[in-house]
Design a protein around this ligand. Structure first.
Ligand SMILES: [Zn+2]
Length: 355
């Protein structure tokens, strides 16, 4: 008992890196209220307590309703600054030193809220700089294409892809490091996005598409072959194809695994059926992340606790998960080496104190 409690405390306190978290899905209920007040927008519920309840995952329809409500509250550069700054505060709470967070610019422009691309990046950049100054955390961005908006029925249109690539290429001096591909995989396969990822790659951006979450191995193969994926967002359903697992192990392609998200969205009925431990035991490159933390009632620390409670991880394995994320990030090698030695020193100090 004492052991588990100590290990839980270690999971919260240890330094971490996060590679898969959506900025718009990470907005805390208190900030949602503040944004609603700012723009005199009426929410389905009024108080912070009832908002917390409304926020909790019920089913996919409700999840989308929350997402759209949040999108509608983001209307000015100051709003994007606020949510980025708050995200930085959360990072510090969980000792997340560095995050490559996903942001979906296209939906904000497309929704016709009077926002320009400059409004978005100005707000993000101001929030990122303030978070670094006040909380000592570093944020980089993955801009993702909402994949479904690039299709008209079965036909690929490039509607959301081309503007997203353009913004990602233009904003590399303000923290954008990669192009992502998000949204529902069903009916939106990776292959038609090959040209978008090729343009991003040629311009110096990395490739981190979502794949293998709601669609099985075919989606992961497509992400690897057509999009040059350097990491896979989720990728858990690769477990259904032994040949794919061999490939992922051989090439050590990092998987951005989000256990609680997978359970809440029904990819697996429970942690017992989740393949994280099997992927780890097979030698796959596993990282652990929170995806949309308040919407799934989780945090990055909580996901590390899930590793202890449901997947039999000990302190050394938790440390490896944290270092895996650092090594799989797009920080410069020099910076990785520096941070890895800081992390190791802190792990040792925390072990002596807590375990
Ligand atoms: Zn995601």
């Amino acid at each position: 008992m004492y052991q588990t409690t100590a290990l839980h405390a270690f999971a919260v306190a240890m330094p971490k890196v996060e590679l898969h978290v959506h900025l718009e899905g990470a907005i805390q209920p208190g900030t949602v209220l503040e944004l609603a007040r700012r723009h005199s927008i009426k929410l389905p519920v009024e108080s912070e307590a009832s908002l917390r309840k409304w926020y909790q995952f019920r089913d996919f329809r409700h999840f989308i309703e929350i997402y759209l409500t949040i999108q509608n509250l983001l209307r000015s550069p100051a709003d994007f600054e606020l949510i980025t700054y708050d995200f930085g505060r959360e990072m510090r709470r969980h000792n997340t030193r560095y995050a490559e967070a996903t942001f979906t610019p296209f939906t904000h422009i497309w929704q016709d809220k009077g926002l320009t691309a400059d409004d978005l990046i100005d707000g993000l950049e101001a929030g990122r700089q303030k978070a670094k100054r006040d909380f000592g955390v570093e944020i980089a961005w993955v801009l993702d294409i909402p994949r479904n908006l690039s299709f008209d029925g079965e036909d690929y249109t490039g509607f959301a892809s081309d503007p997203t690539v353009e913004m990602a290429l233009a904003w590399q001096d303000r923290g954008v490091v990669a192009l992502g591909l998000g949204g529902n995989e069903v009916g939106a396969p990776p292959e038609p996005f090959a040209h978008a990822f090729a343009a991003a790659h040629d311009g110096g951006l990395h490739s981190v598409p979502h794949a293998g979450e709601t669609v099985g191995p075919a989606s992961v193969w497509g992400a690897l072959r057509a999009l040059g994926a350097e990491r896979i967002g989720h990728g858990v359903r690769a477990i259904e194809d032994p040949e794919l697992i061999d490939y992922l192990v051989e090439h050590q392609i990092p998987l951005e695994v989000n256990p609680t998200s997978n359970i809440r969205l029904g990819v697996y009925p429970g942690y017992e059926q989740h393949p994280l431990r099997r992927l780890w035991d097979a030698g796959a490159y596993v990282t652990v992340n929170s995806d949309d933390p308040p919407l799934f009632n989780t945090t990055l620390s909580q996901e590390y606790r899930v590793l202890i409670d449901h997947f039999g991880f000990d302190a050394a394995m938790l440390e490896q998960i944290s270092l895996n994320a650092l090594q799989a990030s797009f920080l410069l090698d020099e910076r990785k080496t520096e941070m890895a030695s800081e992390f190791r020193a802190e792990f040792a100090r925390l072990r002596a104190q807590l375990l």
